[in-house]
Design a protein around this ligand. Structure first.
Ligand code: 13P
Length: 262
């Protein structure tokens, strides 16, 4: 089921880091380090905080950079009395193309349920953008042998009411919660095992066509030193990088994983 050519996608989730001055510097530095060949080989999405998006968009447009602009979150309604929230509609007007939905920090700290995550996916796709759906288990789930049950349950919930075309256009990121920001990475083989079961679940709940096309990422303590092994797994099409994406030199090395032998 992993034969279709899926373009690798490397995403930098800056979380609540980098103000808009720092964002500009980081993007400029990254643009200097990456080549045309790098962008031909991988899609690079950058997900700065909301307040940086306009500056990042202006820079990307003005300098014709090939980064794809992303956001970290959105509200599911187009507008309304939701103090402090930002809608998918607003993001689309900033040329945002990818929106992370259901990150474990949103689920755990801000109480986002599977239902809310599903509504956000609908909103993101309604406005012509691509959701990066995050799924993942806690350490307790893992130790209780419930990894697949938890992760596949999140996948099933998020894909309800999505057409085959809508599912195949999505990105799904498997981010084991115990590996986020901890320096612990799932072994590449473990990640492959869970990610291949996500692909099988997509085939079941949507269609084999969607399953061969949907791009699946791994996230959790990805660095320049472990990216090559992760990307060598047949069902892993990319990575969602937190901490290591804040350092442009390190992130550039991650994006150039295919060129390095170390
Ligand atoms: P780290 O790469 O810092 O572990 O974060 C992963 C993550 O949460 C990306 O969304």
């Amino acid at each position: 089921m992993s034969t279709e050519v899926r373009k690798p996608i490397i995403s930098g989730n800056w979380k609540m880091n980098h103000n808009h001055f720092e964002a500009i510097q980081s993007i400029q530095k990254l643009a200097y380090l990456l080549t045309k060949d790098d962008f031909a080989a991988v899609d690079v999405t950058i997900h700065p905080p909301f307040t940086d998006l306009r500056s990042a968009q202006t820079l990307i447009d003005a300098d014709e950079l090939r980064f794809i602009l992303g956001a970290q979150h959105c509200h599911e309604s187009d507008s309304g009395a939701f103090t402090g929230e930002v809608s998918a509609q607003f993001l689309s007007k900033l040329n945002v193309n990818y929106v992370i939905v259901g990150h474990s920090e949103r689920r755990q700290i801000f109480g986002e349920t599977d239902e809310v995550v599903t509504a956000k996916i609908v909103a993101v796709q309604k406005h012509g953008m691509t959701p990066i759906l995050c799924v993942g288990e806690t350490l307790a789930d893992r130790e209780a042998g419930r990894t697949h049950e938890k992760v596949l349950g999140q996948v099933r919930a998020a894909l309800t009411k999505r057409s085959v075309e809508q599912v195949r256009a999505m990105v799904i990121a498997y981010e084991p919660i115990w590996a986020i920001g901890t320096g612990k990475t799932a072994t590449a083989q473990d990640a492959q095992l869970v990610i291949s079961s996500i692909r099988e679940e997509v085939a079941k709940v949507s269609s084999p066509l969607a399953a061969t096309a949907v791009r699946l990422q791994y996230g959790g303590s990805v660095k320049a030193s472990n990216i090559a092994e992760i990307m060598s797994q047949p069902d892993i099409d990319g990575v969602l990088v937190g901490g290591a994406s804040l350092d442009s030199a390190e992130f550039a090395r991650i994006c150039q994983y295919r060129l390095r032998k170390d």
